[in-house]
Design a protein around this ligand. Structure first.
Ligand code: PMT
Length: 392
């Protein structure tokens, strides 16, 4: 069943960014109901929110109701998550002090849904002790906050107060919408993306991994309550918010990053495409072309999973196998050699599967030899499928 988000918009220049929040939520199949304060309507017309949300936008407490329901109660109950973005100092102050004098503050007072507040205001206002006290108080009674960012504000000041990026706010909403927190308290270490092996200062060897698969697993584990550390090779996509990110470059860097964190993790998921070889000698200067062919001698990198296999105590270790042929046989060899609990075999020769795609076709093999076969799914669904097995 699709989820309902009620979005409260209060009056500030960042109101226009709330349109992007609505649009992103709608793209994810989430119903959005917008409540605006009167001053928010001075910045953006309700019609814009109405067109994007495809729902009637509520502003006034006393206008003719569109249904027989008491509107603020009905929206308060409908909400799976209640978001206020942008939230002004005024709205935060009202909520913290139990004032409910318009549709937004009345509805938020009546909701039992988790409330997420994304403040946006002038730096001095944000740093004001009263505002900070209100935020601290609301946090202490379970309200969630996405901190504003620093930068040049609309008023010309430079400092903290810019509304957090819509993408980040939507990620927090998704975290709150995901109710099964079955990985709470677990430390999950995930690797993603490619590694780069330098030939000289301007050239390197790499592969086609984009990080999409590993990032999807990191997001899914975070949404299910885990403490996630994502070790990522260089990618062109934004890593998930609200997790620890460790950026690495080469296979050697990735080995060190995993090795340092392995003992304290509960689960390791190696979805990174780690280079098996690197140039034997990295040139410190750019290699000049000549009329002759150029040979680059390669040497083996450490196999990270193989290196850490004897350090396993309580950890569940999940590997991936990217195969173009003999998928099952090759994956079965790897599960044994690397002492894995599961291996996720993806046939990267198939269209819509493997490197760079938004979907993946996988088989999951466990250490007892059981094989589960799955249809082509989005990488988000693959991520949850892996975590479901892990939880079981
Ligand atoms: O990032 P995307 O574009 O979304 O693509 C996703 C993916 C195809 C990269 C991913 O789904 C995947 O299959 N990752 C593993 C790719 C791979 O390197 O497979 P492999 O068969 O070479 O390695 C087997 C396992 O050993 C993997 O878990 C790998 O992380 C690990 N390994 C490999 C080499 C090495 N030196 N050390 C390792 O630990």
């Amino acid at each position: 069943m699709s989820k309902n988000v009620v979005l409260g918009v209060s009056g500030g220049i960042a109101c226009y960014k709330a349109l992007d929040i609505v649009s992103r939520l709608k793209k994810k199949g989430i119903n959005v109901y917008v409540i605006m304060t009167q001053s928010a309507t001075e910045f953006v017309a309700p019609l814009s929110f109405q067109s994007l949300s495809q729902n009637y936008v509520v502003v006034d407490m006393f206008e003719d109701p569109k249904t027989w329901e008491v509107e603020h109660i009905s929206l308060a109950e409908k909400a799976d998550v209640f978001v206020i973005a942008p939230a002004t100092a005024n709205v935060i102050g009202k909520i913290a002090n139990g004032i409910a004098d318009d549709m937004l503050t009345t509805t938020v007072m009546a909701t039992k849904a988790p409330v997420l507040i994304a403040p946006a205001m002038n730096t001095n206002m944000y740093e004001n002790k009263i505002v900070q006290r209100n935020i601290e108080f609301l946090r202490s009674i379970g309200y969630h906050f996405v901190e504003p960012e620093s930068g040049r504000l609309a008023c010309g000041a430079v400092g903290k107060g810019k509304l957090a990026e819509p993408e980040k706010i939507v990620e927090y909403i998704e975290m709150l919408l995901y109710k099964e927190k079955d990985l709470t308290g677990k430390n999950i270490l995930i690797t993603a993306g490619p590694t780069r092996e330098d030939i000289d200062p301007v050239r390197f060897i790499t592969n086609r991994s984009t990080g999409k698969m590993g990032y999807a697993i990191a997001r899914a584990a975070r949404d299910r309550g885990a403490n996630v550390t994502l070790i990522t090779g260089p990618t062109n996509i934004n890593p998930p918010s609200f997790i620890d990110i460790v950026n690495v470059y080469s296979a050697e860097d990735m080995y060190r990053a995993v090795s340092e964190r392995f003992d304290s993790c509960d689960v390791l998921v190696m979805s990174a495409a780690v280079a098996d070889y690197r140039p034997k000698d990295r040139s410190d200067i750019k290699i000049k072309k000549s009329d002759d062919d150029l040979k680059i001698e390669l040497t083996r990198n450490k196999d990270i999973l193989f290196e850490i296999k004897d350090r396993k105590t309580h950890q569940v270790v999940i590997g991936f196998a990217a195969e173009t042929n003999d998928v099952l046989e090759n994956a079965q060899k790897k599960i044994k050699k690397k002492n894995l609990d599961f291996i996720v075999a993806n046939d990267v020769s198939q269209k819509d599967s493997g490197f760079g795609t938004d979907t993946n076709t996988i088989k999951i093999i466990d250490k007892f030899g059981n094989i589960k076969d799955y249809p082509n799914m989005s990488k988000d669904d693959v991520a949850h499928t892996i975590l479901d097995l892990l939880v079981k």
